[in-house]
Design a protein around this ligand. Structure first.
Ligand SMILES: *Cc1c(COP(=O)(O)O)cnc(C)c1O
Length: 443
C-alpha cells in the first residue's frame, strides 16, 4: 500500500480496533518480541500520510501523535521519499568516519544556520535522541574539565544508562535498571500549574540549589528541555530559561537545550528556545528532524564542540547518508510548506476547542504548551489531584474510536497532542469531537 499525503484524509473504522488482522500480528509479537517493549495501541500500520495511519484491517486512524513528535512533516512526505529513494540508489553507507560524503555537511551547515544564535557553530550527527544527549554531556565535560551535570524534575532525556540518570521518572523508565551514571544532580524546574511561581522565582530556587549543593564552578552542564515532554508538556513560566542561561554564562557552565521533542517547527517556532530568544551553548535534536528516519544531532558553540580530540566522537551509523537525505527533505518541507505557521494554527484550534471543553469538565485542570505541542492535564474535581484513571480511560476510548492520542506526565495524568503539521483541519476537529465524547463517557 502506498502512503503519503494522497491517502484519503478520513477517519474510517471498519472493525474493532485493534481488528482481527492486528490481533493476529499482536499474538506474533508476544511470541517474538521482548515483553519489555510496550505498545500503546496494537493496531499494526501498513500506510500513513497527511494526518492518518491505515492499519492492517483497513481502519484509517486520525494521527494526533506523529510517532511521538517525529513525523511533523507527515508520513512519507514527498520530499523525504524522493531524497531517500535517490540516495539509496546511489549508496547506503560508508561510515562518515571512514570515507565521508557531502550530505552530512549539508545537514551540519543547515543546523548551524537554523539553531539559535549567530556565533560560530559545529555539529555532530548521531542516531537517536539519547545518543545525542550522551554526546552533549561528553563534550561539555571534555570542554570544561568538570564533571557535575544538572538536570530537572520531570525531565526526560532518554533510556540509555547515562540518559536514564538524567531522566526523572522511575516507572517505567528506571525501575530495576540501575545503578545509574554518577555526577548527575536534579533540581526543581518551573511548573506553573503546580508551583504557582514566576519564572524568576523558580529560577532562583534552582540556582540556589546548584550554588549550595554543587558550586557553579564545578558544574560542566545544565541540561533542560525548553518544554518538558514526557514529564507532562510543562512549559516553564516566562523568564525561567533565560535566567538559567544567564547563570550558566556567568559560571562557565555549558547550557544544553534538549530540543529532541520540541525542535523543528513543533512549537510554532523552529526551536522552542526561539520563543524567548534563549541562546543555548549546545542543542540536542532528533525526533522531528528527518521525517521518520533515525537521525540526531548535537549543535554547539565552535569552541566547545572543537575542544574534543579528533576521533573522540563518532559511531558507525551516525549521520547515515539516507537519514541525512531524509533530513534535507524534511527541512525543505518545513520551510517551503510554512509548517512553523501551520503549527501555530493547529495550536489555536486545540486551545480554543480544549478551552471550551474545560468550561464543561472540571476534570480538565490545565491546557498548555505552544504551537502543535499541546498538553491537557486531568485532575480530580475538587481536590485537584492527578487523575491518571481518567487519562488512561480517555486514551483507550480514543484508540477504540480510531484516534491515536498519547499520554505523558510524571503522574500519568496528561494527554499530549502532537499531530503531524500536515493534518487537515477537519481531522483535527473530528479527533477533538472524539476526545470530548471520551471525556463525557468517562466522568
Ligand atoms: C525522546 C526524547 C529523547 C530520547 O530520544 P530517543 O531518540 O528516543 O533516544 C531525549 N530527549 C527528549 C527531550 C526526548 O523527548
Amino acid at each position: 500500500m502506498i502512503g503519503g499525503p494522497s491517502l484519503p484524509q478520513e477517519r474510517r473504522v471498519v472493525t474493532a480496533i485493534p481488528g482481527p488482522k492486528s490481533a493476529e500480528l499482536n499474538q506474533r509479537r508476544k511470541e517474538a518480541v521482548s515483553a519489555g517493549v510496550g505498545v500503546a495501541l496494537p493496531a499494526y500500520i501498513v500506510a500513513g500520510g497527511g494526518g492518518v495511519l491505515v492499519d492492517a484491517d483497513g481502519n484509517s486512524l486520525i494521527d494526533l501523535g506523529s510517532g511521538i513528535a517525529v513525523t511533523s512533516v507527515g508520513n512519507s512526505a514527498p520530499a523525504v521519499v524522493a531524497n531517500v529513494q535517490s540516495q539509496v540508489e546511489a549508496f547506503t553507507h560508508t561510515c562518515f568516519m571512514v570515507t565521508p560524503y557531502e550530505l552530512y555537511l549539508d545537514v551540519a551547515e543547515r543546523l548551524n544556520r537554523l539553531t539559535p544564535g549567530h556565533h560560530a557553530k559545529r555539529t555532530a550527527l548521531f542516531n537517536s535522541g539519547a545518543e545525542a544527549v550522551e554526546n552533549a554531556v561528553k563534550i561539555a565535560r571534555h570542554a570544561t574539565g568538570r564533571q557535575a551535570v544538572v538536570a530537572f524534575e520531570h525531565g526526560y532525556h532518554g533510556r540509555t544508562n547515562l540518559t536514564l540518570a538524567l531522566t526523572a521518572k522511575n516507572m517505567p523508565y528506571k525501575q530495576h535498571f540501575g545503578p545509574f551514571a554518577p555526577e548527575i544532580y536534579r533540581v526543581p524546574g518551573s511548573y506553573p500549574f503546580h508551583d504557582g511561581r514566576t519564572g524568576m522565582q523558580a529560577a532562583e530556587t534552582a540556582i540556589r540549589r546548584i550554588d549550595r549543593e554543587l558550586g557553579g564552578e564545578n558544574v560542566a552542564a545544565v541540561i533542560i528541555e525548553p518544554i518538558a515532554g514526557e514529564g507532562g508538556f510543562i512549559d516553564p513560566a516566562s523568564g525561567f530559561l533565560s535566567m538559567l542561561a544567564q547563570y550558566c554564562r556567568n559560571h562557565g557552565i555549558v547550557f544544553i537545550a534538549d530540543e529532541v521533542q520540541t525542535g523543528f517547527a513543533r512549537t510554532g517556532d523552529m526551536f522552542a528556545c526561539d520563543h524567548e530568544g534563549v541562546v543555548p551553548d549546545m542543542m540536542t535534536m532528533a525526533k522531528g528532524m528527518a521525517g521518520g528516519l533515525p537521525l540526531a544531532a548535537v549543535t554547539g558553540r565552535a569552541e566547545i564542540m572543537d575542544a574534543v580530540h579528533p576521533g573522540g566522537l563518532g559511531g558507525t551509523y551516525g549521520g547515515n547518508p539516507t537519514a541525512c537525505a531524509a533530513a534535507i527533505g524534511a527541512l525543505d518541507t518545513i520551510e517551503n510548506d510554512g509548517l512553523i505557521e501551520r503549527a501555530r494554527e493547529i495550536g489555536e484550534i486545540f486551545y480554543s476547542r480544549l478551552g471550551a471543553m474545560a468550561e464543561k469538565f472540571p476534570e480538565i485542570g490545565d491546557i498548555r504548551g505552544r504551537g502543535a505541542m499541546i498538553g491537557m492535564e486531568l485532575v480530580e474535581p475538587g481536590t485537584g489531584k492527578p487523575n491518571a484513571g481518567l487519562t488512561s480511560a480517555l486514551a483507550a476510548y480514543c484508540h477504540g474510536e480510531g484516534v491515536v492520542i498519547l499520554t505523558a506526565g510524571t503522574y500519568g495524568n496528561v494527554i499530549r497532542f502532537l499531530p503531524p503539521l500536515t493534518i487537515p483541519d477537519h481531522l483535527l476537529h473530528e479527533g477533538l469531537d472524539v476526545v470530548e465524547a471520551g471525556i463525557a463517557a468517562n466522568v
